[in-house]
Ligand binder design. Structure first.
Ligand code: DDQ
Ligand code: CA
Length: 272
């Protein structure tokens, strides 16, 4: 008998915990709203101001302006390149093909030095941005290489997760990492990047979103839904792959996006 009583006594808290877990011990007032209110990221409204040609053989992995010209890094083994071309005409002015063992990834130019990540090869290719002359190769050991940009002080990149990594220019030594959240949840699949006026824009791999990130807080402060543009591109180009590539021309203050094997570059008009 005494053992039966002790058993009940010991099991009582377990039973209460069970009730709480199944929701029978909910003492919050029933408001009639079953689902909790999820905070929503403010949407950035935009319009397409213009379109420009994009080479459909380019598997876009990096996009950035340098002195008014577009620089693009393309991926895939045997098809990776670094190209400079005229936005309006699409005419290629400079081009370097990577060895077939490299998969080209994000690019950025800081003080006329161009950095090009590779996907899984653990190498950063460093060039003189003015003539694409190879300066050196730096080792890279922070997982995969994805997007790249800079904030005038540090090179900023990502590697498939929800973090941005800050590197010392010249050496690519890791300085700090910054986890990015959207409404308290990790912001997944950050890919191609662009630093504009203190914010970092990132397109999300395999989503149609461009996130506006405040790097001082590590938070997504707003986002753009590019689904209509992805749809428009796919309607005219069945080979169009995912949205990837954001470039801002600081001289004209214009913002452009494209995607892997897309036929067009879209100039988007919105309040930055
Ligand atoms: N990234 O855009 C997510 C950074 C890279 C996408 C890589 C796509 C996989 C390609 C695998 C090719 C193997 C031949
Ligand atoms: Ca970019």
């Amino acid at each position: 008998l005494i053992f039966g009583f002790m058993k009940k006594f010991l099991l009582a808290p377990v039973f209460v915990a069970f009730l709480a877990a199944v929701g029978c011990n909910n003492n919050k007032p029933d408001t009639g709203n079953s689902a909790p209110e999820t905070p929503k990221t403010p949407a950035i409204a935009y319009s397409v101001a213009n379109t420009y040609p994009h080479d459909t053989t380019f598997f876009t992995e990096g996009l950035e302006f340098y002195k008014g010209k577009l620089l693009e890094s393309t991926g895939n083994y045997g098809k990776s390149k670094l190209v400079q071309y005229n936005l309006v005409t699409g005419k290629v002015e400079r081009e370097v093909a990577l060895d077939a063992k490299y998969f080209g990834e994000g690019i950025t130019v800081l003080r006329d030095t161009l950095y090009q990540l590779t996907y899984r090869e653990g190498v950063v290719h460093v060039y003189d941005a003015k003539d694409f002359k190879k300066i050196k190769e730096l080792p890279y050991s922070n997982g995969e290489g994805w997007g790249l940009t800079h904030d005038s002080t540090f090179i900023i990149g990502n590697n498939s997760g929800n973090s941005l990594y800050y590197y010392q220019p010249g050496t690519f030594k890791l300085v700090k990492s910054l986890g990015i959240t959207e409404n308290g949840e990790p912001a997944v699949n950050l890919n191609e990047l662009e630093y504009i006026n203190g914010f970092i824009y990132a397109n999300q791999w395999q989503y149609n979103y461009i996130l506006k990130i405040d790097p001082a807080k590590g938070e997504v402060v707003a986002k753009m839904d590019l689904s209509p543009i992805v749809q428009q591109e796919k309607n005219q180009n069945p080979n169009a792959e995912v949205l990837n590539g954001i470039a801002y021309n600081p001289e004209t203050k214009k913002f452009y996006v494209t995607g892997k094997n897309w036929s067009k570059i879209y100039e988007l008009q919105f309040n930055l």
